[in-house]
Design a protein around this ligand. Structure first.
Ligand code: GLV
Ligand code: MN
Ligand code: MN
Ligand code: MN
Length: 398
């Protein structure tokens, strides 16, 4: 099986007819189907499969043990996402195992393929939730209580998916097995187009976080309420969206996005009573919190002007990450001088990098677009990526 043929096998799972692309959220029916599919494929390769306390699936080639070489990614997507973000790293890992086995390679080190849960935070709001829980970088109680849009908690979803909600939390025993972690991922910008290379080695991930802005006003009738009498939370929300762009533009290399805004109750002839919006902010170094403070101040001023209130809550934050020096050097060397690439996208490997030597490989995306149905990778580049992964795994596991 090739990485492309494995991707084709799951090409119909979780298609989103309304948004285009795929919507596969942690433990929902399409993602659950993908998890079952992964387990079947891993068992078919003779791997031993188990699920950890936090819903991450592990497929072991040989016995679990310390100093393990671990590779993998995630199977969930953003709403209306592409086919590659997440699954490419999983199918490439499976294809690499098969290719290594076919050439007669037997790892000397423990070796595992892992599928992380809720990488996108598309259902429960916190990205890389499975990796954060594994490493203890999110409080277990907070994680258990995270709710999806229908009010279902992460603990309830865990129970439904078949793992024990009581055990959710740090897993030092499991984490302690990882000697090196490697994630292959589709490139999410135009870095590899510009470099003219099918594959790159990850260098850095910029600091990033999510904040929820909840505006409260007075819900009311759209026709019977004079403009002068309104406290419409949509106004400070709109002012905040434009402030995000204005303030981010003034900070070198900042990225700041409002991709989700929810008015309640959400009727055309109803002045909203509340509006929630989510800010995704990313600035290299330690400048993200001060940018967010400036945005919060602008939101408060706009709320006051309209007679509304705003509450700002940080939902997640991760510092800048530099991937392991030695591993980067080794990966580049083993791949014949593959270029290095920084990214503004977050990854499970970046969470793990705080605890174990971690690295990444990126595969060229000719559209330069991601978190969109237009995300793409040519079949030749997909296979080049899987071959590169096999090459470096072979080196790491002997
Ligand atoms: C995850 O893909 C992110 O960087 O938002
Ligand atoms: Mn993503
Ligand atoms: Mn991803
Ligand atoms: Mn990601």
């Amino acid at each position: 099986m090739t990485a492309s043929s494995l991707l084709a096998e799951i090409g119909d799972v979780g298609r989103d007819a309304k948004r285009g692309g795929y919507s596969r959220h942690a433990f929902d029916s399409p993602e659950q189907d993908l998890r079952v599919w992964f387990v079947e494929r891993a068992l078919g390769l003779g791997l031993d499969v188990d699920t950890d306390y936090n819903g991450n699936i592990w497929a072991w080639w040989g016995s679990p043990g310390p100093d393990a070489v671990v590779t993998g990614s995630h199977l969930d997507s953003v709403p209306g996402g592409g086919a590659f973000d997440g699954p490419l790293g999983v199918v490439s890992a499976l294809a690499a195992v098969e290719a290594l086995r076919e050439k007669g390679f037997q790892p000397e080190k423990p070796f595992a393929v892992v599928v992380f849960a809720e990488e996108e935070g598309g259902r429960f709001g916190v990205p890389c939730l499975g990796a954060r829980l594994l490493t203890g970088t999110i409080d277990a109680g907070k994680a258990r209580g995270l709710r999806d849009a229908d009010g279902v908690t992460f603990a309830e979803a865990a129970a439904k998916s078949g793992f024990d909600p009581e055990r959710i939390g740090p897993d030092p025993g499991r984490l302690g097995l990882i000697g090196r972690f490697l994630e292959l991922h589709v490139e999410q910008g135009r870095g590899l187009i510009d470099l003219g290379s099918p594959v790159a080695v990850g260098s850095t991930v910029i600091a990033h976080g999510r904040w929820r802005f909840s505006f409260t006003g007075q819900g009311n009738h759209a026709g019977a309420t004079l403009i002068a009498d309104r406290a419409d939370p949509m106004l400070p929300a709109a002012a905040t969206v434009t402030a995000v762009r204005r303030l981010a533009r003034a900070v070198p290399d900042a990225r700041a996005t409002v991709g989700r805004l929810v008015p309640t109750p959400g009727g055309t002839n109803v002045i909203a009573s509340t509006v929630d919006l989510w800010l995704d902010a990313r600035v290299p170094g330690d400048a993200t919190p001060s940018l967010v403070s400036d945005i919060a101040r602008a939101a408060e001023e706009a709320a006051e002007e309209e007679g509304c209130r705003v509450e700002v809550t940080r939902e997640s934050y991760s510092d800048d990450v530099v991937f392991d020096d030695r591993l980067r050097r080794d990966l580049g060397g083993w791949l014949g001088g593959a270029p290095e690439l920084p990214t503004g996208a977050g990854h499970d490997a970046a969470i793990l990098a705080g605890f174990v030597p971690a690295g990444m490989l990126y595969v060229r995306n000719p559209t330069g677009i991601s978190h969109s149905p237009e995300e793409f990778a040519e079949a030749a580049d997909v296979e080049a990526g899987a071959a590169a992964l096999a090459t470096v795994l072979e080196r790491l596991a002997r």
